[in-house]
Design a protein around this ligand. Structure first.
Ligand code: NAD
Length: 328
């Protein structure tokens, strides 16, 4: 298939591209590099440097490469920033996303896989979360992702664009070539590994008085390759229908303290931590039920062991101590 990956120079997009190329698809990575990295663009993919709002460039990319499906990961995704500056999130995650959908309509591309998020659920009433559970985002990030999901629903009804909205829980880990390099980094595992390698003095735990087994928040970590494989499976349904799927490993999840202990074990280094205040809007527990995608698409995560997930990220970080900075 000929696939355009919007945001393919970012963390998850680079791994999605890697898996698509491995499977023999023709991939065009479309990315403004405003957050991503040129060095993250996988060999074997065509790279187009552009923003979703550069409409003529985007339409030309879809048309000239005879694109049959789009995987859309290009967005802003910092919860705290979204509360401070919602305009930025509505602009990039909704307005620019709609520009992509309109370019797809114009070029008759009728399949899209969209990176959505567990943040669409807000403060969950029960665990594990199922796709039919209520959505009630508690910040503009989750709100804008949900708004785009709703747009997808109506674009399907009116224009026949089929979609798969994948609600990721916590993506983590790396491949040999592609890893996580955000600036600022807000994800727990890379932050812990930066502390383990001396790149930051300590790690802050945001609250240890939650009603969980050790007082710290519980999250559901999914290896980025397992996440990427789900996109490829999801492409298959888009001839005929649309769907929303959760993506996590389920089970008991891991507390922040358990992730810290695992990171110390994997790296063999002491990681200095400090307990700080809770962050507002952080649910105590976020665990996915991924039964729907397992049942309907036969997806099953291959790397569920937290130590294995962290070890892959640690290996990548040791080979790329400055992330992609040296490859720009
Ligand atoms: N990382 C996670 O754990 C996680 C969890 C849930 C959802 N998500 C979603 O998955 C997607 C990818 O996450 P990530 O961690 O790889 O993020 P990332 O920031 O590493 O990648 C996003 C990429 O999109 C590009 N981009 C952003 N806006 C653009 C625009 N208007 N035009 C062109 N390119 C643009 C950036 O340059 C970047 O390369 C995001 O949409 C995010 O909301 C991520």
């Amino acid at each position: 298939m000929k696939i355009l990956v919007a945001g393919g120079a970012g963390y998850i997009g680079s791994v999605v591209t890697e898996e698509l190329v491995k499977d023999g698809h023709n991939v065009v990575v479309y990315d403004s590099l405003y957050k991503g990295h040129r060095g993250a663009v996988v060999r074997g993919a065509t790279f187009i440097h552009g923003d979703l709002l550069e409409r003529a460039k985007l339409s030309a990319a879809l048309r000239e490469h005879n694109i049959e499906a789009v995987i859309h990961l290009a967005a802003d995704s910092l919860v705290g920033e979204s509360v401070q500056n919602p305009a930025k999130y509505y602009h990039n995650n909704v307005f620019a996303g709609l520009a992509l959908l309109d370019a797809m309509r114009e070029c008759k591309v009728r399949r899209i896989v969209f990176s959505s998020t567990a943040a669409t659920y807000g403060e969950p009433e029960k665990q594990p979360l199922e796709e039919r559970d209520p959505t009630a985002p508690t910040n503009p990030y989750g709100e804008t992702k949900l708004a785009f999901e709703r747009a997808l629903h109506w674009y399907e009804e009116a224009y026949g664009i089929h979609y798969a909205a994948l609600r990721y829980f916590n993506a983590a880990g790396a491949t040999t070539h592609c890893g996580e390099h955000h600036n600022p980094e807000t994800h727990l595992i890379p932050i812990l590994l930066q502390a383990a390698s001396g790149q930051r003095p300590q790690v802050e735990i945001y609250g240890d008085d939650y009603p969980t087994r050790d007082g710290t928040c519980v999250r559901d970590y999914i290896h980025v390759v397992d996440l990427a494989r789900a996109h490829i499976l999801a492409l298959d349904i888009l001839n005929a229908r649309s769907a929303i799927y959760n993506l996590g490993c389920g089970g008991e999840g891991y507390t922040v303290k358990e992730v810290i202990a695992a990171a110390q074990h994997v790296t063999g280094r002491e990681i200095p931590v400090r307990v700080g205040a809770r962050r507002s809007g952080d649910p105590a527990v976020l665990i996915a039920s991924s039964d729907k995608i397992k049942r309907e698409l036969g997806w099953s995560p291959q790397k569920q062991d937290l130590h294995e997930i962290i070890a892959s990220a640690w290996q990548w970080m040791q080979q790329h101590p400055h992330g992609y900075a040296d490859e720009k």
